[in-house]
Every structure is written in structure tokens, then in C-alpha cells.
Design a binder for this molecule. Sequence first.
Ligand code: GLU
Length: 448
Amino acid sequence: MSIRQAIEKVEARYAHQPEFVQAVKEVALTIAPLYDAHPEFQKMKIFERLVEPDRIIAFRINWENDKGEVQVNRGWRVQFSNALGPYKGGLRFHPTVNQSVLKFLGFEQIFKNALTGLPIGGGKGGSDFDPKGKTDSEIRRFCYAFMRELHHYVSKDMDVPAGDIGVGSREVSYMYAMYKNLTHEYSGVLTGKGVGFGGSLMRTEATGYGAVYFLENMLKVQNDDIKGKKVLISGAGNVSLHAAEKVCMLGGIAITVSDSKGTLYDEKGLNQEKIDWLKKQKDQGKPLTDYIEVFGGEWLAGQTPWHIKADIAIPSATQNEVDEEDAQKMVENGVKYVVEGANMPLTAKAIDRVCENRVHYAPGKAANAGGVAVSALEMSQNSVRQYKTFDQIDERLKNIMKNIHDSAAAASEEYGQTDNGYIDYMAGANIVGFKRVADALVAYGILN
Ligand code: GLU
């Protein structure tokens, strides 16, 4: 079966899972040259095998809110592939979570994790629980109840979840407490734990910092530099604020962050004081709009940042937040680099639009791999029960991001996807990630 036929099969079977089909198509369409060069992949039906998760675990979570009312949510863990290591990937708590979203995230995670070069397979999980407006005790009860179910299916050498949207160090710590309570085991079964009880230094910063390190590598290839460049960032979560922080540290000018209600536009640029304020505000669940009274700037109600003039865009909110029209606006406003901090923030048409205008584009599975890479470093620190310093982890992260950049660029060149110095990072990243997993699957035979 050709890749084309395999895509058609996935489209027909999973027409009700649009995000998953979108993620599969993006990978499939770009790995064709690799597939043609490796008939063994076709013979062993590697692609058809990889689009089906090893298993999906679905469960119900009963918990009680502060009023004593019984609440019922749904939870899942998608164990996609353990070809390269234990299933690894975050847990997302958000009302939009369903099997399509978790399968797209899990599928992406396989190749992202392979790209890090570290021994981690791919998985993802979460719940349709909405953390917005919940009290700390409600969050705690929900996390306990979630892990009461999930603990049957995860362990340090088998499946190691972490955070994602709606799940940060507070939630991971509650879930870790329940796991420890039920199993009597103190192990690295979750990453993103609090520093001081098993968490790695820099895990919180890693995704945002890593995306900017990836960007630095892209700029260097073009003999360019981040200094003085205007950067649009969407989202106001962990990835966005740490991407903004690293942009500022390196002399760039981050001029926006955003949330579901609108965009905060500070023409003068964020600085450490403003970012620290934003982090605190977000931790307390308070609105971004208060910023205007403290630091000035503009609140663009109901708008995204993409119509603002800038050099670089780092979409870091959520999937499909940038559509074709937004991409067109970016191009018209001078954006030369798009680096995905979130997972799949550009629609397929938006990607086409930026690429046909030769805007340098880094897909999330390459650019935001820093988070899961430091998670893998957390796993190894937990195993040896020794901890590295912030600077040691930062150095590793820089190297990992450079390796991902360089290997994607090299694969783009090797498979004829680089056009007159314009690197196809999407094709390169998919080829490198897919090949590492496919080689392992071929070696294993037809198990896995
Ligand atoms: N949720 C993050 C991601 O999308 C991190 C996963 C992890 O650290 O396991 O890669």
C-alpha cells in the first residue's frame, strides 16, 4: 500500500477525528521521499502500523466539587508507540479534550520524542475537565481522582505522563502524591514534579526557552540575529511566557501575549519585570487586562496578534489557532520566521501560505521538543537519584535543540526538500523522527 492509499484509509476510518487526520496527513505527505528510498518500510507496513496506537485506555472520573455535588468527567491515556522508550507525553485538562485531540497529540509526540534523540516513546492523555474557575481544593480532588484511575496503567519504565495545557507543577504534584500513596513507590512515574521532590530544574522553562534556541539556530543559518527583532507571541501560559523571557534575554523585543479573550500589545516590548508580573497574574488566575493599568500598552479585545507588524511569530496557545487568513496577515506584515511553541498551531492551509512565501517555518514537533527533552532528563535524574544544576540542564537543552535543528536541516537537504537555501524543516523533522522509529520497528519484526 502506498502512502497515498494509507492516508485515504485513515481519512475514511477517522473522518470523525479531524485533528488526528490533519496530523497524520502532515507527516505522511512529507515522508514520501524517505518511504520511496526504503522499500522495507513499505513491506513491513510501518506507516499503517504507526497510525494505530498500541492502545487507548478510557476511564471515568467521579469527583466532588466544593458544594458537595458529584461531578463526572472522562479521561484517557493514548499509548501510541514504545518503539524507542517508555510511552512519554503530557496530560491535558481542557473541555476540548477528546480522542481526536489526544490521538493527534500522541501521534506528534512519537516523532517529537524521537527527534530529541533520547530514549522515549510517544503517548498523550488527559480529560475534558475544565480547570477554569475551579478552586485549589477542587483541582486537588480532581487530580487525586484522575490518578486513582490512571495509576493502573502507568509506571516509571512503561508510561511516564507529564503536564500540558491545564496541567502544571501543582497538578503533577497532586497526581504524584496519589500515585505514591497507592503504590508506595517513589519513582519517576511523572515528570514536571516540583523541584525539591524529584522535579528537574528548568523543566518549567524548557519548552519556551527551547523554542527560542531553535529559532536562534534558524536565524544563524540565514546570517541573521534575534537582537532588535519584534516578536509576536500568542498564549499566556508556560510556553508563551518563557518564550517571551528568552526572547528578552537574547535582546529580541516580545510585543504581544494573548488569551482566549484578546491580545495584550505592548509596543515598547516586555521585560523581566513585566514577565514576572504576568507569571504571577496567571498563577492567581487574574486577567491580562490589569497589565494596562500597571505598565501601559493596549488591550485588543477579541483579537489575535497576527495583524501586527513584526519579524518573528511564535504561536504558543493551542492547535489550529493560526488560519490561512492569519498566515496571510503575517506575511504581509513582514514576519520572516514562524516557530511553533504550541502543538500544531497552524492549520494545513496556514502552513502552505507561510511556506509558499518562503517564511522560515519550524513545526512544533521540532521547535517545542525542549519540554519533553528536559522531561527525559528528569527521568534519568530520578533513576540515578542525582540532580543536575540549572546551567548543566540549560547546556544540554541548547545542544538538543541544535541537534534537532541540524538533523532536520540535513534531512531536508538529503531528501531534496531544500530549495535555494530555503530549508523545509517540516519535511526534515518528519523524516528524521519517522526514520528513527521505523528503523526500530523493522528491527523488532512485526511485534509493536
Ligand atoms: N506536553 C508537552 C509536549 O507537548 C511535554 C510532554 C512531556 O514532558 O512529557 O511535548
